[in-house]
Design a protein around this ligand. Structure first.
Ligand SMILES: Nc1ncnc2c1ncn2[C@@H]1O[C@H](COP(=O)(O)OP(=O)(O)OP(=O)(O)O)[C@@H](O)[C@H]1O
Ligand SMILES: [Mg+2]
Length: 212
């Protein structure tokens, strides 16, 4: 998958965030979006995910020469964002199964066990805890398991290591690298230095032209 920003401008009523932005995001790479708080990192990710539309210009997604839109595109992407909420009254495992079902997939016991292993949730009792009773770092790991279960071609990660310890951060970097080596496109928003070292490309929003 390739994502192309063509002459993208985006203004909120009180502020212009992007003006005539032209960027190509190629598969097989980790692309890191950096910039100070409020510079537009999450907005950039939301545009790439087609969650919001630009005021003018286009954000296009191509699979080879075929342009994908709507449901066909949504099936290709997974997003990990601070806005994602687990259901407090479902256990970690129930949340994982529920969100996968929403994407039309049924996870079997083996797949679930592998996902817990990959995100480092090794203790059986944690998997059966209500999400509302998990620590924030554990909850972030469950969200990442939901994310991984999508087996997406486009990884969109907003502050993926928020609330994670060093092992958790390394796990996210390792998984993202592996996915891009297998051809995925990963786009992550973070100002973290360790993630910056793992990135193949950096898009710095601190210094972009915002004059429309
Ligand atoms: N739906 C919206 N309506 C109006 N303004 C918005 C909306 N979403 C974002 N903004 C504004 O756009 C700007 C960019 O916000 P965004 O969340 O993309 O920044 P960010 O770089 O992700 O910041 P942070 O580092 O704090 O996560 C901010 O000034 C924000 O207030
Ligand atoms: Mg943000």
């Amino acid at each position: 998958m390739e994502i192309i920003f063509e002459n993208v401008s985006l203004s909120f009523p009180d502020k212009t965030i992007f003006s005539s932005l032209n960027i190509n995001l190629s598969p097989g790479k980790i692309i890191q979006v950096v910039g100070e708080n409020g510079s537009g990192k999450s907005t950039f990710l939301n545009l790439a995910a087609h969650l919001i539309r630009p005021t003018s210009g286009k954000v296009m997604a191509f699979c080879g020469k075929k342009e994908l839109n709507g449901e066909a595109y949504r099936k290709k992407i997974a997003m990990l964002s601070p806005n994602m909420q687990l259901y407090d009254n479902l256990t970690a495992k129930e949340n994982l199964k529920f969100f996968s079902k929403l994407r039309g997939e049924s996870l079997d016991c083996n797949e679930i066990a592998k996902l817990w292993e990959r995100v480092g949730l090794r203790e059986e009792n944690v998997r059966h805890k209500y999400a509302g009773k998990l620590s924030t770092g554990m909850s972030q790991r469950v969200k990442f398991a939901v994310f991984l279960a999508a087996k997406a071609d486009v990884w969109i990660l907003d502050e993926p290591s928020a609330n994670l310890d060093d092992k958790g951060r390394s796990m996210i970097i390792k998984e993202t690298k592996k996915a891009t080596q297998n051809g995925a496109l990963a786009l992550w928003a973070t100002n973290d230095e360790r993630e910056r070292n793992a990135a193949d490309e950096i898009i710095d929003l601190s210094n972009i032209d915002r004059v429309s």
